[in-house]
Design a binder for this molecule. Structure first.
Ligand code: URA
Length: 439
């Protein structure tokens, strides 16, 4: 095989055969195909696309460059969830223990945040003592004992993706549905889960800005999982405004613990329950939403959470870090919050120190944003809308700019027209969180 021939085929809109795909992925991972050749091929794929068979083969070839985990020795089925990333998306934290409390194992390999979207590992690391790295044997032992594990993916899983993702990041080739789908699914299939629920985010705070693209990504990933023997479904969920009332690492852990105590914001609870129901269904368990709400309020999910955190060295009862400095944004007029943009809030939290600009950077555990007035809240002039938290007050100025721009307060009439419903109560506006399901 020859890399230039393969690039030319895709450049001219042709389809790559199995041998070409296997060779180019393997040779790239070994260093025998140059970075500039792979970046040309990635751009050709972004512009020309791949068909279902090519994407499946591309995914399989990436999996074949590394190891595959095997949970068949466990005495219970496995199920997992993957979110394409959003703002305030702490759902994994209450979700994994909730599902585990029904006797299904959750082997979740998670990532860190980059840019304005948060990472589950960064959030959990704000819990004193908790550690993200486990060996495969430790992971298996914890699954058997505690039922759930959330840890860092080892470097052995789909190493081709690690290399290719870094290349795509600097060559404007991230936004290709075949490349995103194969990247995510290669890691999830190699992880060895029996069932998978994909939470495909749609809206300003997500990769996919509109329903059309989100549907195509969901369809592509569901087909890939299904073809690989993983029972896969996708929920398309709203990411036009942040999830819940907190954005930032320790702040989101605090809110997740509220959910595990039977409280918490309604959108977070609703999405947790919807995803749990699908995860359990994938593992063969038919559990109603009422039963899931009960497991959140009667302490079963909380017990599973504490066991999971302790197993990884964390103290679930220790106080969480709090920020040294705060700044409150207040309503400049009376009215109803008609917009609280996910991207704006995410960027503001990132600038406060909740996220990182480069992979090597540290995050601040306590930095982030508390939301006092989600969409639909009626406010008076001077009411608090957002509280910004950071340890480094020099960050306030740039965060305040984007945070203020993310909020729109409309006259009550505008709000009614926009939402189609009277938006009068203070608190969480009724929000359709799950937009569609793709099976
Ligand atoms: N997340 C991934 O793991 N890969 C992508 O390509 C995009 C998001």
């Amino acid at each position: 095989h020859d890399a230039v021939d393969i690039i030319r085929v895709k450049r001219d809109g042709g389809r790559l055969d199995d041998g070409q795909i296997d060779w180019v992925i393997d040779a790239y991972t070994r260093g025998a195909v140059a970075e500039e050749q792979m970046s040309a091929l990635a751009m050709a794929i972004l512009l020309r696309g791949m068909d279902r068979r090519e994407i499946a083969r591309w995914t399989a070839a990436m999996i074949a460059t590394g190891e595959r985990l095997d949970f068949s020795r466990l005495d219970r089925p496995t199920t997992d969830k993957h979110s394409t990333g959003g703002v305030g998306d702490k759902i994994t934290l209450p979700l994994a223990p909730l599902v585990a409390s029904f006797g299904v194992a959750v082997p979740q390999l998670s990532g860190r945040g980059l840019g304005h979207t948060g990472g589950t590992l960064d959030k959990l690391e704000s819990i004193p003592g908790w550690r993200a790295t486990l060996t495969n044997d430790e992971m298996l032992a914890q699954l058997a004992a505690a039922g759930a594990v959330i840890c860092q993916a080892g470097s052995g899983l789909a190493p081709a993706d690690r290399k290719l993702y870094a290349l795509r990041d600097v060559t404007a080739t991230v936004e290709s549905i075949p490349l995103i789908a194969s990247s995510i699914m290669s890691k999830k299939i190699a992880e060895g889960t029996g069932a998978l629920v994909l939470d495909v985010k749609v809206g300003s705070g997500a990769f996919m800005k509109n329903l059309h693209d989100a549907r195509e990504l969901a369809r592509t990933m569901v087909d890939l999982g299904t073809d690989a023997g993983v029972r896969t479904v996708a929920l398309l969920t709203d990411m036009s405004t942040p999830l819940g009332l907190t954005v930032g690492n320790a702040l989101e852990v605090r809110e997740s613990v509220e959910v595990l105590r039977g409280g918490g914001p309604r959108d977070v609870v609703d999405l947790t329950v919807a995803l749990a129901q699908e995860m359990l269904a994938g593992a063969g368990l038919d559990v109603g939403t009422e039963e899931l709400h009960t497991a959140l309020s009667d302490g079963r999910a909380m017990d599973a959470w504490k066991a999971m955190i302790r197993a990884q060295g964390g103290d679930p009862d220790a106080p969480l870090p709090t920020a040294r400095e705060h700044e409150v944004i207040r309503a400049e007029c009376a009215g109803t919050v008609t917009r609280l943009d996910a991207l704006g809030v995410g960027v503001a939290a990132w600038r406060l120190g909740a996220g990182r600009a480069r992979k090597e950077d540290d995050v601040q555990a306590a930095a982030g944003i508390e939301i006092h007035a989600p969409i639909g809240t009626t406010v008076r002039k001077g009411d608090p809308l957002l509280t910004l938290h950071t340890d480094t007050p020099e960050r306030f100025a740039r965060a305040l700019d984007v945070a203020r721009e993310a909020i729109v307060i409309g006259a009550d009439e505008d709000a009614r027209r926009l939402s189609g419903a009277p938006a009068t109560h203070a608190g969480i506006a009724p929000r359709e969180i799950v937009l569609e399901t793709v099976r």
